[in-house]
Design a protein around this ligand. Structure first.
Ligand SMILES: NC(=O)c1ccc[n+]([C@@H]2O[C@H](COP(=O)([O-])OP(=O)(O)OC[C@H]3O[C@@H](n4cnc5c(N)ncnc54)[C@H](O)[C@@H]3O)[C@@H](O)[C@H]2O)c1
Length: 258
């Protein structure tokens, strides 16, 4: 157990990658607070982890709201006594043509995907500094932080910002023993992708850009989160790791088997 008795928060943990991270952290011995705006789903997710015998709790929180983020940290400390790890995972996507992009949609995505990561990381770091002993912060980025899909401009911009935030936080917090790293997944089979999983032309587009020839599973991201949360990564800070099936190594496209 690499995280025995550590206390971790995962935002956006009601499903998808966030839930997988919470499950993995718990299986490595961490006490886990799952957080999300999806309350019923989040509560069910926390119960499913409790049923494995692990300590888990759901606290509702909109990561774009500073008061709610502060309450999430306070609620975690009230329940489990401290905070050792945060996975800032909550994220949303808005798709539309660049020329049709509304200011409100740009703001909405940046509020959750960038400001939310900042608020979560800062509040977590303040708690870690106050209690002493360091900690780990993991920001969920994307291959889209460094590659661009024009139909999701706010998402691409926010994830690019997350990578720079990871760097500034890692330097700011290094002397406090807090390591800050990012994970930049490629195409992972969560609800968004499940909607197009039966659309051959949509899946072919993804596969043409995926050397390993398959989409990733949420647990393949969660395993990286455990690595970054644990002492296995004790000399790594300020980095973003890309579990992307080889996408970022690829210039041009791959043949897709019929
Ligand atoms: N699935 C992929 O292919 C993929 C690829 C790269 C990066 N990512 C990133 O991984 C993270 C998780 O993605 P996912 O695919 O599991 O998506 P998902 O939609 O399944 O999960 C995101 C969760 O965030 C929650 N959420 C939304 N707004 C919130 C808010 N304001 N406050 C708190 N929670 C909020 C949602 O309710 C949801 O449970 C996101 O940051 C996403 O950008 C996903």
């Amino acid at each position: 157990m690499r995280l025995k008795d550590k206390v971790a928060i995962v935002t956006g943990a009601a499903g998808g990658i966030g839930l997988a991270c919470a499950q993995r952290l718990a299986s490595e011995g961490a006490k886990v607070v799952l957080s999300d705006v999806a309350v019923e789903q989040g509560e069910r997710a926390a119960e499913s982890i409790q049923e494995t015998g692990a300590d888990a709790l759901f606290i509702a929180c909109d990561v774009g709201d500073k008061g709610q983020v502060d309450a999430l940290i306070a609620g975690t400390v009230a329940a489990f006594g401290r905070l050792d790890c945060v996975v800032a995972n909550a994220g949303i996507v808005h798709a539309c043509d660049f020329l049709d992009l509304e200011e409100a949609d740009f703001d909405r995505v940046l509020r959750v995907n960038l400001k939310g990561v900042f608020l979560t990381g800062q509040a977590a770091a303040r708690q870690m500094v106050a209690q002493g002993g360091g900690g780990t912060i993991i920001n969920m980025s994307s291959v889209n932080a460094v590659m661009a899909i024009p139909s999701i401009t706010p998402y691409v911009v926010a994830k690019g910002g997350v990578n720079q935030l990871t760097k500034t936080m890692s330097i700011s917090l290094a002397d406090k023993g807090i390591r800050v790293n990012g994970i930049g997944p490629g195409s992972i089979m969560t609800d968004v992708l499940k909607k197009v999983a039966n659309d051959k032309s949509a899946m072919d587009k993804i596969m043409m850009r995926t050397p390993l020839g398959r989409v990733g599973e949420p647990d393949e991201i969660a395993k990286v989160a455990v690595f970054l949360a644990s002492d296995d990564s004790s000399y790594i800070t300020g980095q973003t790791i890309y579990p992307d099936g080889g996408r970022m190594a690829l210039n041009y496209t791959m043949p897709v088997p019929e």
